[in-house]
Design a protein around this ligand. Sequence first.
Ligand SMILES: [Fe+2]
Ligand SMILES: [Fe+2]
Length: 378
Amino acid sequence: MADQKGKRRITTSEVKKLQKDATFYVLGVVTRFVQRKDKNDNPFWEIALMDNEGAIDGKVWGNSEWWNINGSSQRKMNPTSDEELKKLEGKTVGIQGKIVEFRDQNQCNFSAVYYVDQEKYPPHDFVRKSPFEPDVLINSLFSFIEECKEPMRGFLKYVFIEKNLRKDFIVWPAAVSMHHAYVGGLLEHSVLVTRSALSIARGYTPDISNLNIDLDLVIAGALLHDIGKLEAYKLSPAPNMTTLGSTVDHIVCGYHTLMKLLAEYGKLDERTAMALGHIIVSHHGSREFGSPVLPETPEAFIVAAADDLDFKLFVWRDQVSQLDGDKEFSEFLAPLQRRFWKSHDVLKKSPPVSADPDREFANAGIASAFAAAQKDAL
Ligand SMILES: [Fe+2]
Ligand SMILES: [Fe+2]
């Protein structure tokens, strides 16, 4: 039956909690669409789908149905010949599916794909966004800048205001998967890393540590540590890697951008500029994780530690908030070499938002900045 009307639509996070044999209908934006061949040389497809709450992926076998639904008209589509289906990434689709078990793990089989009216269901409406108040994060970013002394304050204002990097910075993702892989993720992650790095740095007061930590360097290093992601990732409309990101990566992009901005601004002394560059290139903390040098200064130790902490806290929250019922442990995550333990309850949703007119304004700002950034990225 082609008509998807009347099916109760659920979200990707609800799909993840379904048991074997349950069926579902979900609407979202396609982030990956790959055609493969089975052992009998018959085509099948892999689709990854994102909505506001997360992402799922599954297989579309040869006997599945493909429909174009536009208003009251509907027609059957052929995934091997229809032009719209060849460019499915970044488009909104409805998907009907079923949970099946394979090697003791639940996975999704997609039995029908509905190519929907893209104007009625704009893809960017389904892209996952940071659950936190954008105005709180933006205010935090600017209050960190104000905390710096000159010339660092002037440099950060030059970067975020004069060069207008804040326009993309507030909507950009911090990753394609694993952590903060959504609209506003880079801002959320950078603010949390800065907040945490600053707390650590302030804990080491000279009277009990004999350390004279440069707080301006900590703030600038933490705010800018992932600046290379502006070039390494794009929104299309879901987070994606750019060619430069795949071939050069964000650490090299970030160092290059930073050096260019420092040369243009010209008021930071050479050693401070070098120390800031060192934080950018060493912030992954090890060569194995992509840093060509290891942190060699207190400011660099602190930013690398805060970055790693924010990454792990994000993944812990993300994983345990998806656990159903009495389940205590997440699946084993190979990139982190561990499972995560739900030692206590974690908020599943962000707290209800007060009816603050400023928030509407801030959200409108994020939405229009997102639309503009997407336009530029095309
Ligand atoms: Fe990074
Ligand atoms: Fe980071």
